[in-house]
Structures are given as structure tokens and as C-alpha cells.
Design a protein around this ligand. Structure first.
Ligand SMILES: O=C[C@H](O)COP(=O)(O)O
Length: 248
């Protein structure tokens, strides 16, 4: 069985001092300091983390990437090649918070996916429905629409993170049945639309914690976890990483 990937998304959190303390704790924790674990920090801390992780098998990730595919007059943007240059392996694309606050949609996200793959980064396309869409029974159609852009890319190169918006930061984790249904929908949609011999890897995100990680990661269609709040605490993140490692 392929190892379950665990990505810690720090979101807009951190400082040089607190990052040093947090990453030092992670490096000293054998549950975390191993292959198959990645940290996605704000852009400004990527070089610091690259330095702190230089002797570690942990990977570096970014939380976004520019839609523009070449360097130049794009003030404030960060290109995929720049992320690769500082040592990123993964890049989150289309996180629901960016869809909500910055109106990111498929056209721009497809460009970001293309740029990430061109720079040999592994894109993690975030998809998920709102509570209103779920209550209206629209959740499967919403996800299928968000997955329209994966048709352009081979399944082996794309990772998807299913993150029900109503479970992010709320403590209201999706039920195991809901997670299984959505992951199977995502994998089936990918197989219908993509080239490639295998289905996409699909991570779950949305209030993954130490006390629910093993049950969630035990679902066969869950290939890992995208962890927000709990990735800012060494022991919580360590428990999640340990749960993922046990299931290999
Ligand atoms: O990227 C992470 C997801 O937004 C989940 O965040 P959370 O674990 O704080 O609910």
C-alpha cells in the first residue's frame, strides 16, 4: 500500500522565532521527521524551512503559486520555478480559503496546475463543497465541476485534497461515510476524465485531529491528510503522522 501523505498547511501563521521552535520539535519527533510528511508555510518562510529541513526527509510545500508561467512584470507574484528553486516539492492550489476570499476559479487554477507541473512540483488541488451546497444535495456536482481541470493532466501527477468547507477549522469533521463517498466520487471522476493508469491520490482535510486521524486514514480511498490547525502543534501533528505511518 502506498504510504499515506501528510501535509501540514500552516496557513497565514508563523514567525522566524516560532517556526524555529516548532520545526525543531518536529525534527526531534520520529513520528514526524520521516518521508511522507510535508510542511506548507507562507512564502516568506520557505527559505527558512528549507534550511531547517535540509538534513530531514520531510518535504517542503507552498500554499499557492502564480498563474503566470514566466518570470517578469507580475508584481507580488511568486512563480512555480521560484518555488522549485527554494526546494518546494508540493504546492497547494485552489484552497477553499483562496476560492472564498480571492474568487479563485477553474480558469486560473488550471494555469496554476500547469505551471506547477512544468516546474516539476506536485500540485495538490483542493476541492470541497460549502454547507449550503451539501444541504441542497449539490455536493457531488460541485466537486465534479471543480475537477473539470484535472482532465488536462495525467492522474499520476495530480493530488487532490477533499476539504468540505464546513469542516475546515470548525471541529465538525466529516463522517467516515461522507469522506468515503466523496473520495470515491473524486477517484471515479478522475478515472473517467484523465489519462494515466492509476487513479489520483486523494487527501482528506477538514478538522483532522489526533483523535480522529486513524479512523479517517483507515478509509481505503483516503491517501493522506491535509492538516491545518493541528499542524501547528508538535504532539497533535505527531499523532496524526503516526496514524498515517501505522497504516502503510
Ligand atoms: O489546509 C487545511 C485545511 O484547511 C484544514 O484545516 P483544519 O485542519 O484547521 O480544519
Amino acid at each position: 500500500m502506498t504510504a499515506k501523505l501528510v501535509v501540514g498547511n500552516w496557513k497565514m501563521n508563523g514567525s522566524l522565532a516560532s517556526n524555529r521552535k516548532l520545526v525543531k520539535g518536529m525534527l526531534e519527533d520520529r513520528r514526524i521527521n520521516r518521508p511522507g510528511v510535508a510542511l506548507a508555510s507562507p512564502y516568506v518562510y520557505l527559505l527558512q524551512l528549507a534550511d531547517l529541513l535540509q538534513l530531514s526527509p520531510m518535504d517542503l510545500g507552498a500554499q499557492d503559486v502564480s498563474q503566470f508561467g514566466r518570470d517578469g512584470a507580475f508584481t507580488g507574484e511568486v512563480s512555480a520555478s521560484m518555488l522549485a528553486n527554494v526546494g518546494c516539492r508540493y504546492v497547494l492550489i485552489g484552497h477553499s480559503e483562496r476560492r472564498q476570499y480571492l474568487a479563485e476559479a477553474n480558469e486560473v487554477l488550471s494555469k496554476k496546475m500547469e505551471n506547477a507541473l512544468a516546474a516539476r512540483l506536485a500540485p495538490v488541488l483542493c476541492v470541497g463543497e460549502t454547507l449550503a451546497q451539501r444541504e441542497a444535495g449539490e455536493h457531488l456536482d460541485v466537486i465534479r465541476h471543480q475537477l473539470d481541470i484535472v482532465a488536462d493532466f495525467p492522474s499520476e501527477q495530480v493530488i487532490v485534497a477533499y476539504e468540505p468547507v464546513w469542516a475546515i477549522g470548525t471541529g465538525k469533521v466529516a463522517s467516515l461515510a461522507q469522506i468515503a463517498e466523496m473520495h470515491e466520487c473524486i477517484k471515479a471522476t478522475g478515472l473517467q476524465r484523465q489519462s494515466g493508469s492509476a487513479s489520483m491520490r486523494v487527501l482528506y482535510g477538514g478538522s483532522v485531529k489526533a483523535d480522529n486521524a486513524e479512523a479517517i486514514l483507515s478509509i481505503s480511498s483516503v491517501d493522506g491528510a491535509l492538516v491545518g490547525g493541528a499542524s501547528l502543534d508538535v504532539d497533535s501533528f505527531g499523532m496524526i503522522c503516526q496514524a498515517a505511518d501505522k497504516l502503510v
